[in-house]
Write a protein that binds this ligand. Structure first.
Ligand code: FES
Length: 185
């Protein structure tokens, strides 16, 4: 690792994890670890990548900053601004749209912010519309941080957001009562 110029650094646990990730690649190809290390850094940094954090990863892998920044700005799973404790990604692609994703987005507009990519007043959430999340069989759905909530309606979306506000536990997956993606009887 070259001289560190940033304020961010991996905590002890993540430093160990980063070393394990680096072992997957030959020393001369350690830059191949850029994506998992960005993910690790993002998770440590409240789910976003400030310039400091990207500089840290670039230094860690001895890469030019711009090459790491290109990766960060190309892939949709890296965030260059703080999105609150919960980032709600609403799928708006055709299967979800046909099954009512407009109602899911309506709940987000009312409970989070009328505009996408805007922090809620309490700073807890932001939401954005995204393309297919790959779980169309349980459309419509949202991804909140790492979890999927499926078979949504306006009411179940409101319930999920309110439960997060209240700190209540919510089951991930289908919210309609069906098991996994079994056919609705
Ligand atoms: S269209 Fe929404 S998950 Fe595929």
């Amino acid at each position: 690792m070259s001289e560190q110029l940033t304020t961010f650094s991996f905590n002890n646990k993540n430093h160990e994890t980063a070393l394990q990730i680096l072992k997957r690649y030959p020393e001369a190809r350690k830059q191949s670890a850029v994506m998992p290390l960005l993910d690790l850094a993002q998770r440590q940094n409240d789910n976003w990548l400030s310039r400091d954090v990207v500089e840290y990863v670039a230094n860690y892998l001895e890469m030019p900053f711009i090459r790491v920044w290109e990766v960060v700005t190309f892939y949709s799973m890296y965030y260059t601004k703080y999105n609150g404790k919960y980032l709600v990604q609403v799928c708006g692609t055709t299967p979800c749209w046909l099954r009512g994703s407009d109602q899911v987005a309506k709940a987000c507009k009312e409970m989070i912010s009328p505009e996408q990519n805007t922090l809620s007043k309490d700073g807890l959430f932001s939401w954005m519309q995204v393309e297919c999340l790959g779980a169309c069989v349980n459309a419509p759905l949202v991804q909140i941080n790492d979890d999927y909530y499926e078979d949504l309606t306006y009411d179940t979306t409101v319930n999920i957001l309110q439960s997060l506000i209240d700190g209540k536990k919510i089951e991930v997956g289908s919210q309609s009562g069906r098991k996994s993606s079994k056919a609705v009887s």
